[in-house]
Ligand binder design. Structure first.
Ligand SMILES: [Zn+2]
Length: 82
């Protein structure tokens, strides 16, 4: 007989591992030619996506945007209405 608690425990460990893995997304700054990659976890990425007007950019790529989160690897910025 399979112990369900054990099955879900190891399944959840695999899910958590996947969640912690860093994605490489393309910088979302205003520079059209910018294709620099930004390391971010899926959890962080979806957190940003929950907010309209929030973008992930590389540090230093912000312009007039308001910085919401400053991490060594990326900034979360809010686009200000033009
Ligand atoms: Zn950029």
């Amino acid at each position: 007989m399979v112990d369900n608690a054990q099955v879900f425990r190891s399944l959840n460990e695999r899910i958590a591992e996947r969640e912690l893995r860093r994605l490489e997304i393309v910088c979302e700054c205003v520079e059209e030619a910018c294709t620099e990659l930004v390391p971010i976890t899926p959890v962080e990425f979806y957190e940003v996506r929950r907010h309209n007007g929030w973008y992930v950019v590389r540090p230093g790529h912000q312009r007039l945007e308001r910085v919401i989160v400053a991490q060594p690897a990326f900034l979360v910025v809010e686009k200000v209405a033009a």
